[in-house]
Write a protein that binds this ligand. Structure first.
Ligand code: ADP
Ligand code: DAR
Length: 457
């Protein structure tokens, strides 16, 4: 009887309590659990005590001790049942059921594939709450390929038993691979020049972006509105430095309605926002991405979201998207190395600014929200017309050809968007981790060459 009462009344309260406790600390799972059950048990004990007092005409103290003692021993027995079953029957039983179902229905969903109930049961409540936040996108979106986003920069270490095999599976890496950072393209292409005119191609829209996250802040999935605004304010100092440099200058475009009631000097209108999205300068409202939404990355929209763009429009820094920062260079041209090298210069400038320290892992290089972006965080892309490979109006044939060439195909609006009516697609190397930056830009050039050979067949 009590188990049902506890489960029905204490369970939602428990979930709220754990979420708050796990954000506050991940250090005393046992204490939080005791506190959790005691709170739940105490509330019920008070109610049961009152009814017992009336029936037995006893003093509150006597009645309370007998009921409370009973609830406490019940809590201990529930713990032992959970341990015996090797899984938390308490506040996460609904999630565990969903995980079991997706694990069976979608074997390609790597977060579900690598979710181990015995491992989860041993984590303790606050870490279990963080871990559920990490994999929520996976059990809420069964078709996920990864199905997880880190919540804190050190999650890849904290939950290494889960993340490491998942990462090496996705990136096709050996158990002992370690990421190496190297931007030196002097031996790539023709002495570092990668000119698509050599491939018979005209001017293309070229873009190289990296995801970066600062130490000292949660990753976007775990930020609340206050932290998102605090992050934006911290980045304003960095943007100010860039604005003072002639080679950058630039303008901040912010979506944040206000700063705790104070006017936001960089706030833009909806019309300006839509104009910037259309120009591929700003990112789309993330609420439209179910994967990001499940992970909490789209929460508190539009607070703490926006971008800085240089005077010449070629350098852009997003803040508040899937990663805290997306730093990119984009221009129309034929030399891929130009956007690559300009980006490297901007990154060195940004990282030299006081207070800016990019989160890195010894094993995985630069830390990003999604394991797919770890390492370099780099996506190097071109918009290119392939009317033959898209003659059916879809990206199906193009993806079938590009996949084995190590290339991703996206739409003209980026991830999860359709291809252009004229057959324009966004092509980029898929690899981000256990590959050097210089190799990615070289792979883009080689990928374009191979894809165009298929297009001409
Ligand atoms: P990300 O590249 O950061 O992973 P998306 O794929 O959604 O995110 O792309 C973000 C925006 O950048 C979209 O508007 C997309 O069209 C634009 N974009 C990506 N590559 C290019 C490119 N080579 N030229 C112009 N715009 C691009
Ligand atoms: N749909 C998610 C996204 C993975 C890669 N794209 C990112 N990170 N924007 C998945 O797990 O498949």
């Amino acid at each position: 009887m009590f188990s049902n009462i506890i489960r029905k009344t204490a369970k939602p309260a428990a979930r709220t309590f754990i979420r708050k406790a796990s954000n506050a600390t991940t250090k005393q799972p046992a204490n939080s659990k005791r506190l959790l059950y005691s709170l739940g048990g105490f509330g019920l004990g008070a109610a049961a005590t009152y009814s017992t007092m009336e029936q037995n005409n006893t003093t509150p103290r006597m009645a309370g001790q007998s009921i409370y003692g009973m609830l406490e021993s019940f809590g201990d027995r529930l713990d032992r049942i959970e341990e015996a079953l090797g899984v938390g029957l308490s506040v996460f039983s609904d999630e565990i059921q969903k995980i079991r179902a997706v694990k069976a229905s979608n074997p390609g969903n790597r977060a579900m594939k690598y979710f181990d109930e015995g491992y989860f049961a041993k984590l303790g409540l606050p870490l279990q709450q963080v871990f559920m936040d990490i994999v929520r996108t996976g059990f809420e979106n069964a078709d996920s390929g990864l199905g997880c986003y880190a919540m804190k920069p050190d999650d890849y270490e904290t939950f290494a038993d889960f993340f490491d095999p998942l990462i090496r599976d996705y990136h096709g890496a050996s158990p002992d691979a370690v990421h190496v950072t190297d931007w030196d393209i002097s031996d790539v292409g023709e002495n570092g020049v990668l000119d698509v005119t050599k491939l018979g191609l005209p001017t293309l829209s070229m873009r190289v972006r990296v995801g970066r996250n600062l130490t000292g802040f949660n990753l976007p999935g775990n930020m609340d509105r206050a932290e998102r605004v605090r992050f934006e304010k911290a980045m304003l100092k960095a943007f100010k430095k860039l604005q003072a440099m002639p080679e950058y200058g630039g303008q901040v475009y912010s979506l944040t309605p206000d700063f705790d009631g104070a006017k936001n000097p960089n706030k833009i209108s909806d019309a300006k926002y839509n104009e910037l999205v259309k120009a591929h300068v700003m990112f789309k409202d993330m609420d439209a991405d179910p994967y990001l939404k499940s992970a909490g990355i789209a929460s508190d929209w539009p607070y703490g979201r926006g971008c800085w763009q240089s005077d010449d429009k070629q350098c852009i820094i997003w803040f508040g998207e899937e990663d805290q920062l997306r730093i990119m260079c984009m221009k129309k041209g034929t030399k891929l190395n130009e956007v690559f090298t300009r980006l490297k210069g901007m990154l060195d400038t940004v990282e030299s600014i006081e207070g800016v320290k990019f989160a890195r892992s010894d094993k995985y290089g630069y830390v990003t929200s999604c394991p797919s972006n770890l390492g370099t965080g780099m996506r190097a892309s071109v918009h290119i017309k392939i009317p033959n490979l898209t003659s059916d109006g879809t990206d199906k044939k193009a993806k079938a050809i590009a996949g084995p060439l190590g290339l991703s195909v996206r739409g003209v609006g980026g991830e999860h968007t359709p291809i252009g009516a004229d057959g324009t697609v966004d092509i980029s190397p898929r690899a981000r981790l256990f590959i050097k930056e210089k190799e990615i830009i070289g792979a883009l050039y080689k990928g374009i060459q191979n894809l165009m050979a298929e297009e001409k067949k």
